[in-house]
Structures are given as structure tokens and as C-alpha cells.
Design a binder for this molecule. Sequence first.
Ligand code: GNR
Ligand code: NI
Length: 178
Amino acid sequence: MPMSTKKNYRIVTVPDPVLKQIAQPVDKVDDAIRTQMDGMLAVMYDAPGIGLAANQVGLLNRVFVMDLSSRTEEEEPNPICMVNPQILYESEEMSVMEEGCLSIPKQYAEVERPAIVRVKYIDYNGKDAELEAQGLLSHCIQHEMDHLNGMLFIDYLSTLKRNIMIKKVHKLKKQNLL
Ligand code: GNR
Ligand code: NI
């Protein structure tokens, strides 16, 4: 599926204001959007991460990519691209999982989210699609949809914990450890 593997994008980190902005709906999945998704997948695989939202590469359209496959010789890649995602259903049951974010490098915290979500979206080929997810995939979808709404996982933490993590990222940047 991804034609090019060139990395045309760089991942932005906190406290870049683009991470707090709301991404706008995509009109039509055309070749330009597919090229964007290919580029985002390349950056995500290189990072490496299991998801990447448009805001994280400085773009403000409602696009994200994911791949939860193991990236071993045996397992095929399984890229999932979502455009204009919408939650159709979320369970009352909640799930707690440790999350990280490529825009908040090397910082991790437990985040509580609905355990199961059903999401409607437009896929890489421009077709309407739906997916029900649990576990890590559910957390990842919700984490990426948060990005499109200018929300980060650290926004679920106390101000103190959030500020400590932002400071740690700042320190890593100063020491050129990113
Ligand atoms: O690589 C990532 N891992 C991850 C782990 C738990 C929940 C969500 C994620 S997404 C993250 C990559 C990222 O920053 N996506 O926006
Ligand atoms: Ni993230």
C-alpha cells in the first residue's frame, strides 16, 4: 500500500502549539492525502511507534495512521489509515493502559479510556469503513482521535505530572537526546 517510504515529515514535540490545535475534516481522499498517509506511515515506522496523527507532523487535517503488527520477519505489516474518524459507540466499561506518545518522547503514564470503541472512518482508498476495537488498538484509536482534537495523554494527568513530563522532554531536547 505505501508507495513511497521517503520521510518528508518531522515529528513535532511538546509544547509545540500545533499539538493543541483542532484538525479540520478532509473533503476527499485523493492522491495528495494518500501521499500524506504514506509519508506519515514511513515516519511512524521509523520512530518507531504504533500510531501517528496529522498534528504530530504539523498538518491540521483529520488523518491518522496506525500499525500494531509486531514488525518481525514472520508477521506482515498491517497499516490502518483513518480519515475523518467518528466514534459510533464506546463501552461503559473502562480500560487502563500505559501510554506513550511520539510527541512526548520517553514519557509514559497510565490512561483510563472506554475499553471498547466502534469507529466510522474513510479508509486509504476513500471507502467508508467501520472498526470495533478493544485493548491496545482501542487505546491507540482514542489516543489518535484526541490528537486531532488538540488533546494529549498528559492532559488526563494532574497539572504537576504534566508539567514534570513537559520539563523532562525539554531537558532531553536541550541535551540533544531526541
Ligand atoms: O507509539 C505509540 N504507542 C502507544 C501506546 C499506547 C497507547 C497509544 C500509543 S500511540 C503512540 C504513538 C503516538 O504518539 N501516536 O500519536
Ligand atoms: Ni501520540
